[in-house]
Ligand binder design. Sequence first.
Ligand code: AP5
Length: 211
Amino acid sequence: MNITVFLGAPGSGKGTQAKKLSSSGKFIHLSTGDILRNAIKEGTPLGKEAKVFMDKGELVPDSTMIGLIEATLKNLSGLEHIILDGFPRTVPQAEALDAKETTKVKKAIFFQIPDSVLVDRLTGRRLCRNCSQPYHIKHMPPKKAGHCDLCSGEIYQRSDDQEDVVVRRLEVFNSQNQGLVDYYSQKNKLQNLIAHGSPEDIQKSLIQALN
Ligand code: AP5
């Protein structure tokens, strides 16, 4: 299994770029945030557990997340190039992936972006309720207000994109990220990506980084 992980702050553009890449058909995009939001929508036990943490901007416990990602990866054939977006978030999560030969991470791409732009990106973000395509009220609005360009689904705002929760998510990110950067840097797997600028330019740099 060829696994690349995307590291970066909430709002750094991981989901936007991963969705663009997966539309080429060459990559499978797995977002733990999307999996958890679907579980919440379906009212599963996982969704009920995750909601308590997500609404506060806290991380879902490692034991739950490691079990979830192991179960998700087990369903794949092993030949795919997988982009993991939102996992790992902690060093124990990174270690769990590397503990199995089949799920060892090949590359970690760190989306670098100044903190000052993140609150605006997150509080202005909107998503398609059906396919999770991200939009932004100012920078990337849908062509038809309230409807997804790709599937015409309803556009909504994530409950954790309210400013007070955004602030907590950024604190949580800053408390965990250096450990992950050090982890992948020591293994010579870390690649930095300048993640501000136009989405098209970032995609070009990302494709270079992936090659
Ligand atoms: P998750 O869904 O993973 O959220 P996140 O990491 O906080 O990341 P975001 O989705 O907020 O940001 P993004 O980098 O994908 O940005 P996007 O491309 O959308 O996790 C949510 C919660 O789930 C966590 O808080 C936690 O509780 C739980 N969770 C998930 N995984 C977990 C794990 N492994 N362990 C424990 N708990 C876990 O872009 C943001 C906005 O900016 C959009 O509006 C977009 O249109 C806009 N934008 C993007 N690129 C550009 C650009 N170049 N220029 C201008 N605007 C742009």
